[in-house]
Design a protein around this ligand. Structure first.
Ligand SMILES: Cc1cc2nc3c(=O)[nH]c(=O)nc-3n(C[C@H](O)[C@H](O)[C@H](O)COP(=O)(O)O)c2cc1C
Length: 206
């Protein structure tokens, strides 16, 4: 069975269908089950196929699941407890993290001073993030990409140096089916042009 055929007891989605139907889910809609070890390996391997100038693989993935989510929520509590946030909001945020079934941090672990600029390396890591989102969706799970604040506690826990960045954290789980509607997407035509010698022509498919 090929990697792409693996899906929770059923064939994984066709690639084009996965591209056209991927959507994000707010954390509160993500439940257990999470991808098992074999599926997780497929997701992580998909990330390794991201475009990568210089073949640097300038990224680091950190999977957080099980008790790890509780530990992570305590790190969040420590960071936010000194901030201007009410006890109730802090408690809700910490609980939201602890209740998230799984997270994957996607970090750009860049090579400084390389002929490949750091920005390109970071973009590669972002492409790896998107590869994971698509694989997660194709395997029948849901996810959302969130920004991560640069904080020494987080950097230490993720094993990052100051030059590195976190391009995002993916919250992963099984979307609660009752509340899910298909996403309406704008047509590509409003943002696409055809090159012509006389100037760009709005895309009309001709
Ligand atoms: C780099 C990046 C960072 C993001 N950070 C956040 C975030 O911190 N919070 C958030 O609500 N959405 C964030 N988003 C947007 C969501 O991941 C998601 O794309 C958005 O809710 C639209 O949903 P869709 O993916 O179904 O179009 C981010 C997206 C990207 C690409």
């Amino acid at each position: 069975m090929s990697l792409i055929e693996k899906g929770r007891g059923r064939p994984a989605m066709d690639a084009i269908e996965a591209l056209l139907t991927r959507r994000s889910y707010v954390r509160s809609l993500l439940r257990h089950p999470v991808p098992g070890d074999e599926e997780l390996e497929t997701i992580l391997q998909a990330a390794m196929s991201a475009p990568d100038h210089g073949n640097l693989k300038p990224w680091r993935f950190v999977v957080v699941r099980g008790q790890g989510m509780g530990d992570l929520s305590e790190v969040v509590r420590e960071i936010y407890s000194s901030r201007d946030i009410s006890d109730a909001d802090l408690r809700a945020f910490v609980e939201e993290i602890a209740d998230t079934p799984m997270m994957i941090f996607v970090c750009a672990e860049v090579v400084s001073g390389h002929r490949i600029p750091v920005l390109e390396q970071q973009m590669s890591a972002a492409a790896a993030c998107q590869q994971m989102l698509l694989a997660i969706h194709a395997l029948g799970y849901g996810a959302i990409w969130h920004t991560v604040e640069q904080h020494p506690l987080v950097w230490r826990q993720l094993g990052l140096a100051e030059k590195d960045s976190v391009v995002g954290v993916l919250s992963v789980g099984t979307p609660e089916p009752v509340k899910i509607r298909p996403r309406k997407r704008r047509s590509f035509t409003s943002v696409t042009w055809e090159w012509e010698a006389a100037g760009l022509r709005p895309w009309d498919g001709g």
